[in-house]
Design a protein around this ligand. Structure first.
Ligand code: DQA
Length: 191
């Protein structure tokens, strides 16, 4: 399922809006947010789990049905679940989000920068023209890996240039959804 955009400056990490919480403690936090509940979540996920946000841009909530010949048949929900599980194995507290709203994405990038949280970003079509997104990424205070599912360099010419790449830590393109997993493994190995 697709995460619906929230307001600009939306900062709280979350997974799928309608998914069951990963732990009972997380359920308690969702039902009645409080400092105590947040502490319970922290205790359940472990103090050593480093947060990583995986941010997906416009149209990526339609993975699975969107041009499967290009992007594969894995749905967005399946991908998000797989990445949260892999993050757990790698000792990361992974939060996967998607929005079709540019302002929401920029708010998430500001929040990640303010908190020093590493990001895996698929900027989707915004990669190719969105200077505002590029300027938000340039403010990053931790690693940011740009991921593209398809090999953008082997596609239409307008996809060959990304305004994001020059301000990212690195870029993975053309390896399918495995690109997200490789980015997570890279971030897990960073001190
Ligand atoms: C994409 C490539 C972009 O050109 C395209 O607009 C997308 C997805 C990819 O993951 O391959 O939406 O970022």
């Amino acid at each position: 399922m697709t995460i619906q955009p929230r307001g600009t400056g939306d900062a709280e990490p979350r997974r799928h809006a309608n998914d069951p919480p990963a732990t009972a403690a997380a359920g308690a936090a969702a039902a009645a947010p409080s400092v105590a509940a947040r502490d319970l979540v922290r205790a359940a996920t472990g103090p050593d789990r480093r947060p990583v946000w995986i941010l997906n841009g416009v149209n990526l909530g339609r993975l699975g049905t969107r041009e499967p010949g290009v992007y594969g048949s894995t749905t967005y929900a399946q991908l998000a679940d797989r990445l949260v599980a892999l993050g757990g194995e790698l000792g990361l507290d992974v939060d996967v989000r998607q929005t079709d709203d540019e302002a929401t994405m920029i708010g998430w990038l500001h929040a990640a920068a303010d908190r020093g949280i590493p990001v895996v970003l698929n900027p989707a079509a915004w990669s190719h023209y969105c200077i505002a997104l590029r300027d938000a990424v340039a403010q990053r205070t931790a690693d940011l890996i740009e991921v593209h599912i398809s090999n953008v360099h082997a596609r239409e010419e307008f996809r060959h240039h990304s305004v994001i790449s020059a301000v990212a830590t690195g870029v993975i393109a053309g390896l399918g959804t495995a690109g997200y997993e490789l980015a997570l493994r890279f971030l897990a190995g960073r001190s």
